[in-house]
Design a protein around this ligand. Structure first.
Ligand SMILES: Nc1nc2c(c(=O)[nH]1)N[C@H]1C(S)=C(S)[C@@H](COP(=O)(O)OP(=O)(O)OC[C@H]3O[C@@H](n4cnc5c(N)ncnc54)[C@H](O)[C@@H]3O)O[C@H]1N2
Ligand code: MOO
Length: 427
């Protein structure tokens, strides 16, 4: 494969997006109870869901006219003539603590009303306790109301300190709109407005197939020449962080085994394979799923890639196939560049783009000039980028110690210390 017949990374990213995004957009929504969402959140899980349909308030917020302040509920008309020289004196009516439904206000009286308590029918304004004479309810905080008469030295405008029923949302109106990610405020608004069930976007289900006869799943003993499956673990976490459900399997380099796993994966939205795409004699992905495109992308690591459609399950659904190279750093860098953005956009759980900036290198580097090279690094306290390990795509522990991906564009053969590079923050 020469430099000229490779796709650019940007073109491959666009092709992955064009294939995967419509497939994810077509996935059905699911109905869940708000109680189930809260139970999941209480275990420490995030709520990686966007609403698939508007949620409408069952009860208005506020549900009734209530007081914004601790004070007296009054009829504004009763205080129209009040002034410091001629205060209006009123008898104190029954107190209204929060949680109590009051009777109507007797004209010419003032009802002590606490913040959040219903404004009695007939009252149309609240005077703060600080603005009344006396400026206390008598017995002190927690002691109830002992004053029996109160004077007001100023008029009050109708509506003052009254929080009107439905002023946040009316019953039947949209309380959380379709497409909104469910976070703390949304959960509170759903609970307060009496919404018991919502229609949410279903997390994309990604079937991750780590191919390679040498691979051993976690927990099994390691024989000679065998390798533990790193890609299944890495991609399970990476996909989970962008709101996907993952089924991860290790598959030997055996076409029948690969086709068997696909046949059992009827509800996968995307199939993501690692390994088996380069030039060897046992390339199970490339050899078996040969309707897909397999070729080179002008980058290192992550050069060999595959993309196409694959049939899954008995129902013979056709879903996108994204095939990454097997080297663990190649697989994860491929995920960052090609798949993570489209999945993050589809779920809304995380920003599609990693935080990017430019920073000077702390040391020189060499790069294959025909390729985008993605090196691993750390941002030093002095703001310079120090490389972590070499360019080898097997250096997974070095990637685990890195905090940034360093992008060295095609056309660059060498950079010196102090040269400025684009970096993506990955932790
Ligand atoms: N003659 C050529 N050989 C290779 C080329 C090439 O162009 N010509 N490309 C190289 C590049 S670049 C890469 S990247 C790899 C990609 O190969 P495959 O995708 O076919 O991957 P495998 O051969 O199956 O594995 C490569 C390497 O990674 C290890 N591996 C695979 N899966 C896992 C896993 N789940 N966990 C941990 N380690 C894994 C595997 O054991 C191999 O060491 O091809 C180069 N060769
Ligand atoms: O392109 Mo491979 O991914 O360098 O190791």
């Amino acid at each position: 494969m020469t430099g000229t017949d490779r796709r650019s990374p940007a073109e491959h990213a666009a092709r992955v997006e064009a294939l995967v995004a419509p497939a994810l957009a077509a996935r059905p929504a699911e109905r869940v109870t708000v109680a189930a969402l809260l139970a999941a959140a209480a275990t420490g899980a995030t709520l990686p869901r966007r609403l698939a349909a508007d949620a409408r308030a069952v009860v208005a917020l506020p549900g009734f006219d209530n007081s914004q302040m601790d004070g007296y509920a009054v009829r504004a008309a009763d205080l129209a003539a009040a002034s410091p020289a001629a205060p209006v004196r009123q008898a104190v009516g029954p107190a209204v603590p929060a949680g109590v439904a009051p009777g109507p206000l007797v004209p010419g009286t003032a009802a002590p009303v606490m913040t959040g308590a219903p404004v009695p029918p007939g009252a149309d304004a609240v005077v703060r306790i600080e603005d009344a004479d006396p400026p206390t309810f008598g017995a002190g905080p927690g002691g109830g109301v002992t004053v029996t008469a109160v004077a007001f030295a100023a008029p009050v405008a109708p509506g003052t300190f009254v929080r009107v029923a439905g002023s946040d949302v009316a019953a039947g109106d949209v309380v959380v709109a379709a497409g909104t990610p469910l976070g703390a405020a949304q959960a509170g608004a759903l609970a307060a407005s009496g919404v018991a069930e919502v229609l949410v976007e279903r997390p994309p289900h990604v079937l991750v197939l780590s191919t390679g006869t040498e691979l051993v799943p976690a927990g099994r003993p390691l024989g000679p020449a065998q390798v533990r499956d790193a890609n299944g673990a890495a991609l399970t976490v990476g996909l989970g962080q962008v709101g996907c459900r993952v089924t991860a399997r290790v598959v030997p380099d055996d076409p029948a085994a690969l086709l068997g796993v696909l046949a059992e994966a009827g509800d996968a939205d995307v199939v993501l394979t690692t390994g088996g795409v380069s030039a060897g004699a046992y390339e199970v992905v490339r050899g078996t799923l040969d309707d897909a495109w397999f070729g080179g992308v002008a980058m290192q690591p992550g050069g060999p890639q595959g993309l196409g459609l694959v049939t899954v399950g008995d129902a013979r659904r056709v879903v996108p196939l994204v095939a990454f190279p097997g080297n663990p750093v190649s697989a994860l860098v491929s995920f960052e560049l090609f798949l993570r953005p489209v999945l993050a956009r589809a779920t809304g759980v995380a920003p599609a783009a990693r935080p990017a900036r430019r920073a000077p290198l702390a040391e020189p580097l060499d790069s294959p000039p025909a390729l985008l090279q993605v090196r691993r690094g750390r941002l030093d306290a002095d703001g310079r980028v120090r490389l972590v390990g070499g360019p080898g795509s097997h250096l997974l522990a070095h990637l685990a110690a890195a905090t940034v991906l360093v992008h060295v564009p095609a056309g660059v053969a060498r950079l010196e210390a102090g040269d400025v590079v684009d970096i993506w923050e990955i932790s």
